[in-house]
Design a protein around this ligand. Structure first.
Ligand code: C5P
Length: 412
């Protein structure tokens, strides 16, 4: 699945060792369907060659404002007018200081100054957003001058993508590393998604739960968490503040999402109830265990050689979704609850019945064996008006569709 089809990105490189990550980023953007035009400063050319970037982007690289290839000799105008976004990665401290002062003595800074802004576009022209991925030593990053410049750049309309923390090329450890290419890619993709849930707080449960039998054994299920994680990512892309309550899974946390790890259904209920208190939307995607062992043993249950097997008694787990859907805020219409139904047959009838039983306005039906662990899925959306089939597609695509369906329904 490609999320950047039709997007043309001008990738600007300035002088910093993080230029090596820009090479991978260029490839990653192209793999997502974007076209990429690289522009490099003289400083960037000290770290990586235009040949490398030309080969990766399959376009000749621009390095000079005097480039005679352009008939009007105005590469700063032509390149910026074609772009859907200008992404500066890496953005050095010096380059940001230049941008801040509106200096324009090389092609990249000239092009940034000349880009049509939201508050300046004329006629049918489109504004060209400026995305900045800073990269520098930790002392440079934390310097008041840099922090002041960052604030002013944001005020001037730039979109700052943040920095990573950790071991730096200079040998020091701290904030200021450029984000990894995969992280930057996720940020760029998110940037282009419509902000349908801006200002909303969304809570998502995901994955299985684990119900202990003793300290080393337990009961769980085959839910991978992929669907719930995709929903959390899509909600964040749509501008929401997202809390993801995850059972034991091995899926990376989407960028910008707050993750709370839990084990059992009881843990998930506590985290869910607490997080839902100031949320606008609660999406229960987790495959919660229906039952748990009645009395988990405090010590490991031992095999004594007699052939005797342990007797396991079960109690029913709390229904997290039904509990939260019954809360005062949900009843008052302040919290919109969405449930999932993993069925193995008769999806429509089961999903409709489950929606009523859980007391939720929207329920997503899916076939358990065709979704657990898979990268794609199909939905049957059930609300008070009836059922709507959503064809099989990658989970992230379905998650974005679900976010749009929820956004269209909420009247909060
Ligand atoms: O009852 P069933 O497990 O089929 O319901 C599925 C829906 O209810 C899902 O949204 C699931 O996350 C939620 N659920 C829950 N707590 C439970 C069981 C299910 O929140 N104990």
């Amino acid at each position: 699945m490609q999320s950047l089809i039709g997007k043309h990105i001008v990738l600007g490189l300035t002088g910093g060792i993080a230029c090596y990550k820009a090479a991978e980023l260029c490839r990653a953007l192209i793999k997502e369907g974007a076209t990429v035009q690289v522009v490099m400063t003289e400083g960037a050319e000290q770290f990586i060659t235009p040949v490398t970037m030309q080969a990766l982007s399959t376009r000749t690289v621009y390095t000079s404002q005097w480039d005679a290839r352009e008939e009007n000799n105005m590469p700063h105008i032509n390149l910026s007018r074609e772009a859907d976004a200008i992404l500066i990665a890496p953005a050095s401290a010096d380059f940001m200081a230049k941008l801040l002062h509106g200096r324009a003595d090389d092609l990249l800074s000239l092009m940034c100054l000349a880009r049509p802004r939201e508050d300046s576009v004329q006629g049918g022209a489109k504004p060209v957003p400026l995305l900045i991925a800073p990269a520098m030593n930790r002392e440079m990053w934390s310097h008041p001058a840099t922090q002041r410049n960052l604030q002013q750049l944001a005020t001037d309309g730039a979109h700052l993508l943040g920095v990573g923390s950790g071991f730096q090329a200079c040998g020091e450890t701290g904030d200021g590393r450029m984000l990894e290419s995969a992280e930057l890619l996720e940020e760029v993709i998110a940037f282009f998604q419509p902000k349908l849930l801006a200002g909303k707080h969304v809570v998502v449960t995901a994955g299985p739960t684990y119900e202990a039998i003793d300290p080393v054994r337990g009961i769980t299920n085959l839910s991978s968490g992929k669907m719930g994680f995709a929903i959390a990512r899509a909600a964040r892309e749509a501008g929401a503040e997202v809390t993801l309550i995850a059972g034991p899974v091995h899926v990376p946390t989407p960028r910008g999402v707050t993750r709370i790890d839990v084990k059992s259904a009881q843990n998930m209920l506590v985290a869910g109830t607490e997080s839902a208190q100031n949320a606008h939307i609660f999406i229960a995607c987790a495959a919660v265990a229906d039952w748990r062992p009645a009395n988990a043993a405090e010590q490991k249950i031992k095999k004594d050689g007699s052939g005797k097997t342990p007797e396991l008694a079960f109690v029913e787990n709390p229904d997290i979704l039904a509990t939260i859907a019954k809360s005062g805020r949900a009843k008052k219409g302040e919290l919109y609850c969405v449930g999932f139904a993993a069925e193995s047959e008769d999806l429509e009838a089961n999903a409709k019945a489950k929606r009523i039983r859980k007391g939720v306005p929207l329920l997503v039906g899916n076939i358990g064996p065709s979704t657990f662990g898979q990268d794609d899925n199909a939905f049957l959306l059930v609300d008070e008006k009836g059922a709507k089939q959503i064809e099989r597609a990658p989970k992230l695509q379905l998650a974005r569709l679900l976010v749009a369906e929820i956004a269209a329904r909420i009247q909060l």
